[in-house]
Ligand binder design. Structure first.
Ligand SMILES: C[S@@+](CC[C@H](N)C(=O)[O-])C[C@H]1O[C@@H](n2cnc3c(N)ncnc32)[C@H](O)[C@@H]1O
Length: 266
């Protein structure tokens, strides 16, 4: 095998279950971390979550994924889920009675300690700290909005936490839900093969990660920094630390200031 063809510790997975089967009821997994996703598009799941490490973990029962099809809780023959905004204006709003029924049904199958989160551009910004927090809960019920969003009364009535993926507007909450679940599931015990990589990666210690290199040693005339080829672990660690600090200082002054304050014990 040539250098360029070598795998460097990546896991190959051979799923034996198709995505739908991975998401079906498995009573044997009653205590596995549970993600419920209320959505108008259940077919969007597991999506990328069915691949690679998160897919393998789903297959191994380290977590469970239950899409809750909002349409099934809709009104009347056409299963309507939305209506025009009170007070007028563009678009449609998801009805509180429809979402209420979906939530009541979903919450019967999850620990009351699992938070209810509405993916929303108005919410608190999702970050690694929040992913770590979620990974320590028994699971989560995610509400994916569509159209102009969800009737405020549902959020108030159930004490729903609004969480944003960033300062931009997506068409619906499904992509945001998948990003949030991906970041959380990889932190669950036993999901990532090498726990060290969680400790070293960006944000784990408040810093961005150092640059990474792999074979070939020279590419397009560019060398791997010699210290990384030296075999001297102390020097490698020190080089990575300095790189990590420089990159954080340059790219994210906000993180750098927080890191320095944490070091001073503020
Ligand atoms: C078109 S957006 C609604 C935007 C809403 N009218 C507003 O201005 O805040 C439809 C749905 O996409 C989801 N969404 C859009 N942007 C998001 C973001 N940045 N983070 C999380 N969810 C988002 C939410 O669930 C939202 O209800």
């Amino acid at each position: 095998m040539s250098d360029s063809n070598k795998s460097h510790g990546r896991k190959t997975i051979h799923p034996t279950l198709v995505p739908r089967e991975l998401m079906s009821d498995r009573p044997d997994l009653a205590r596995a971390w549970m993600a419920q996703v209320i959505t108008l598009f259940p077919e969007a799941f597991p999506g990328v979550l069915g691949l690679s490490l998160t897919g393998k973990a789903l297959q191994d029962g380290k977590w469970q994924l239950k899409p809750v099809p909002l349409r099934e809780f809709g009104e009347g023959k056409h299963r309507n889920v939305d209506d025009t905004p009170a007070g007028g204006g563009a678009g449609m709003v998801l009805r509180p009675d429809v979402m209420g029924r979906a939530l009541e049904a979903a919450r019967r199958h999850i620990s009351p300690a699992a938070p209810i989160i509405y993916l929303s551009p108005r919410g608190r910004r999702f970050n690694q700290k929040f992913a770590r927090h979620l990974a320590r809960t028994p699971g989560v019920t995610l509400i994916c909005g569509r159209f102009e969003g969800l009737d405020q009364r549902v959020l108030d009535h159930y004490g729903v936490t609004e969480v944003s993926m960033g300062d931009y507007v997506l068409t619906g909450g499904e992509l945001a839900a998948q990003a949030m679940l991906d970041a959380t599931v990889r932190l669950l015990p036993g999901v990532l093969g090498n726990a060290d990589s969680i400790e070293e990666e960006s944000f784990s210690n408040g810093l961005l990660e150092h640059p990474q290199y792999t074979r070939p040693a020279t590419w397009e005339g560019r060398e791997i920094p010699p210290v990384l080829m030296s075999g001297h672990h102390g020097k490698i660690e020190q080089w990575r630390r300095v790189q990590s600090e420089e990159i954080t200082r340059e790219r994210r002054p906000d993180l750098w200031d927080a890191h320095k304050a944490a070091k001073r014990g503020e």
